[in-house]
Design a protein around this ligand. Structure first.
Ligand SMILES: Cc1cc2nc3c(=O)[nH]c(=O)nc-3n(C[C@H](O)[C@H](O)[C@H](O)COP(=O)(O)OP(=O)(O)OC[C@H]3O[C@@H](n4cnc5c(N)ncnc54)[C@H](O)[C@@H]3O)c2cc1C
Length: 332
């Protein structure tokens, strides 16, 4: 197993910030992964996927592990369902394309999310009314501290909104994910943007749904390969009843959605707009003109500049509306 020293991490994060890793490796199998964690028990470790939900503010004084485990296999199949396993290093959107092409339904709404398969359970990726947890049957891992194999059922993953046991603990490397997908497809309406776009198509096919989502996303979101970013920078705040009432007094038109168990969700993008940060740029960092939730990097290589800008948005939103915006993006 090759370990590279002082590896530049700029190519490995979609915000393109500069930092080096003391050690960097790309294990291609569970055995290699297990061996590497056992060889360096005392090193601080960071698992990296395709780097589209994190950036660096300083050098990483430890071991960066970027799993290179590939492969897509059907594990079992009935007339109605297929259980399919994909390696952590598979590209998420290529996996979605493969499933759609083969008529396996359940992840088409997650088309074009930049991700590795291995990162998909970490923050329980979601879009257009679908979340990864809806279709994940099992997650296979190696524990970072012991190098031991451990399997998680859907329930054991403790999925939440952009959350899971993997994100909360940071203790596991996901090696592969098993998805349970449907072999028949009937379009169910889950999201208003999608409904508008599909108007005139009474029974859209799986492929038509995927193509429509790709079209909407290409229109709304900046291409991170051209304008560096990490997607939605903040989570949408979850509010108690009391916080909801307070927010409605300050912003009567704030969008409020039921988030279950007596809680409510509001839109972080709306709060950022109202705080005066819509399309605002300071130096080399700003919010994307068409979508305030996305912080874009116009050319800095320093993660600290992005963090400074993030703090300004947080302070302004907190001062004006009494809510703390929590970053969705990982900052290292
Ligand atoms: C333009 C754009 C649009 C986006 N749109 C969406 C969206 O619609 N919905 C959404 O949910 N997200 C979205 N995101 C965020 C991002 O795509 C997801 O968070 C994605 O899952 C990150 O995958 P990654 O492989 O790049 O992970 P990374 O950024 O490399 O890592 C993210 C986190 O997962 C951990 N991790 C990565 N791989 C593993 C592994 N194998 N085992 C254990 N931990 C691991 C890392 O340690 C880190 O904590 C978007 C990002 C961009 C840039």
């Amino acid at each position: 197993m090759i370990i590279r020293y002082n590896e530049q991490l700029q190519p490995y994060n979609s915000f393109r910030t500069k930092a080096t890793a003391k050690m960097f490796c790309e294990p291609v199998s569970m055995a290699e992964l297990s061996e590497i964690t056992r060889t360096f028990p005392d090193e601080q470790k960071l698992v990296l996927g395709s780097g589209s939900n994190l950036f660096f503010t300083k050098d990483f004084d430890g071991l960066v592990i970027k799993p290179a485990i590939k492969g897509i296999h059907i594990l079992s199949e009935t007339d109605d369902f297929v259980e399919i396993e994909a390696g952590a290093a598979e590209d998420w959107d290529e996996f979605v394309a493969y499933c759609v092409k083969n008529g396996y339904a359940g992840i088409e709404n997650l088309s074009l999310i930049p991700s590795s398969v291995g990162a998909s359970p970490v923050q329980n990726i979601g879009a257009y009314g679908t979340e990864a947890r809806d279709v994940i049957a099992k997650v296979k891992t190696i524990a970072l501290q012991t190098g031991d194999y451990q399997e998680f059922s859907n329930e054991k993953c403790q999925f939440g909104y952009r959350d899971s046991i993997f994100k909360r603990t940071g203790l596991y490397v996901i090696t592969s994910v098993v998805f349970k997908l449907e072999k028949s497809f009937q379009y169910k309406e889950k999201y208003i943007d999608l409904r508008r776009e599909l108007e005139g198509i009474p029974s859209p096919t799986l492929m038509q749904v995927r193509e429509t989502i790709i079209r909407i996303r290409n229109r709304k979101l900046p291409d991170y390969k051209v304008l560096a970013n990490a997607g939605s920078f903040f989570k949408n705040p979850i509010l108690t009843e009391e916080e909801k009432v307070q927010l409605q007094q300050k912003l009567p038109d704030a969008p409020i959605y039921n988030a279950g168990e007596g809680t409510f969700k509001t839109s972080a993008a709306f709060l950022i707009d109202k705080a005066g940060y819509k399309g605002k740029r300071e130096g080399m960092v700003g919010t994307y003109t068409h979508h305030s939730l996305i912080i874009v990097n116009y050319g800095t290589e320093s993660g600290s500049e992005i963090v400074d800008f993030m703090h300004k948005i947080q302070q302004e939103v907190q001062q004006q509306f009494g809510l703390l915006l929590e970053p969705e993006v990982g900052i290292y």
